[in-house]
Design a protein around this ligand. Sequence first.
Ligand code: ATP
Ligand code: MG
Length: 550
Amino acid sequence: MTEISSTSPQLDEIRAGYAFEGPALEFGAAVLDGTAYPDTIVRIPLSAMNRHGLVAGATGTGKTKTLQLMAEQLVEQGVPVFLADIKGDLSGMLTAGEANDRIASRSADVGMAWEPTAYPVEFYALGGQGTGVPVRASVSTFGPTLLAKVLGLNDTQESSLGLVFHYADQKGLWLDTLADLRAVVQFLTSDEGKADLKGLGGLSSATAGVILRELITFADQGADVFFGLPEFDTTDLLRLAPDGRGLVSMLELPRVQDRPQLFSTFLMWLLADLFHDLPEVGDVDKPKLVFFFDEAHLLFNDASKDFLDAIQQTVRLIRSKGVGVFFVTQSPKDVPADVLAQLGNRVQHALRAFTPDDAKALKAAVRTYPNTAYDLEELLTQLGTGEAVITVLSERGAPTPVAWTRMRAPKSLMAPSADALLTRAVAASSLTAKYGSALERESASEMLGQAEVARTEAEKAAALEAENAKVRKAAADAAEKARVAADREAARAAAAAEKARTAQARKPVDEPGVVEAVVTSGAFKSMLRSAGTVLGREITRSVFGTSRRR
Ligand SMILES: Nc1ncnc2c1ncn2[C@@H]1O[C@H](COP(=O)(O)OP(=O)(O)OP(=O)(O)O)[C@@H](O)[C@H]1O
Ligand SMILES: [Mg+2]
């Protein structure tokens, strides 16, 4: 244990600045000149957890362990947590940590008791890719904005995709799967859909063609599994464990690591969907959920202005719904300024300053901190592993003094949990029955598919009619010829034959026309039926163009 100093004005300031009245999470002990002071604990009030935050730092500096120790303490205080487990190492929360010398010396250093502890974790996997309860979204509720981001569409294509969704919403066509969306775009670009396409205004058939191609490529990459039913209900993230602790919802991403656009956009969907659903609660003593948004830079990369505005707005407004969002990135410069301005709490691990760009980013990061006696520019490049520069919002909402902090060690395993343990946890989950297998219902592809069948039937009838007309004409010609050439006998025989053939040909003349066949077909009727239900329910698309039909 290190010596205790109460003489330094800087430590006094930190001690006073982090002495909160209500419940708090502990990060670790304040450090001055390389020495940790266990009498000077750096914390964050539980009530500040919905004021959002940023956990940043270069690779290997301790970001994931910081999430782990924050999540552990939230759970202990009855707050549910959402975590994205990109490398699989956070799954260790399910397993009690193993004591070793490093943990022992760190615990002594920061003056904290270390008790190996396991935590209640529900594992999820996007589209069932990996070990976890499958998480799917229907294309309809995912919405055009997020889908455009995943598909890498440009602004024009994005707004065109919006029109396609608008059309489907209006016509009551369920867009459950990517195949459904494809069917609608295909229909709009077909001869039958031409008039509807025109009616939409602003959607060119060329752009529709590009969207179609992108959708096909996307599906070819195996993306079908991420979209469909049953759709994940984000209120499942708000649950407590049977023992009253918060439940950790962990999205296992190692199997989709190579699809960063997909998983980061899905994380945004979860957040947008929560936002859509949750009631306003104002400021809370204890958040309803803390959402850690890992690899957040992926979300901001190549994002359109509208997309960034939507993120900014969601983050700003979700706070009063009791949800705290902590973005996790390598550098604060990964986060756009208006989003960064919303993040009241900062845990900054070491930054690298190898290149002139790094140096610029470092200077920019320093400027976002309150004034302090630490030389931040130097300190931020020299922080040890598992150390951070911290400032949070106090219970009164004022920034706390900047504190160089040696973080405490997580109490659960700092490595992946055993595969067998994860598999067992997933099998035992009540959600496996709820979301385990994909569902089908009569959605757009079936409805338009049936229209296709009906159309083929109508085409067959028309072909038959044309055939009969030919026969009739041939018969008439023959009769004519016969008449010209004829004696009476022959003429009478020809007339009789003609009469017989006309009678035979009458039936097809009475068959309904193509349009009529389609309109009276079951598919068309069911399309109208569900158009009625959807219109009755009225689809409202929120900030992100996401919707709700549950
Ligand atoms: N709070 C801590 N207590 C004890 N050890 C820590 C702590 N933080 C970090 N470490 C040590 O540093 C290593 C790297 O930490 P961590 O995995 O959290 O880094 P990271 O910033 O998430 O890296 P990456 O960007 O590669 O994911 C850990 O495996 C652990 O040994
Ligand atoms: Mg990490």
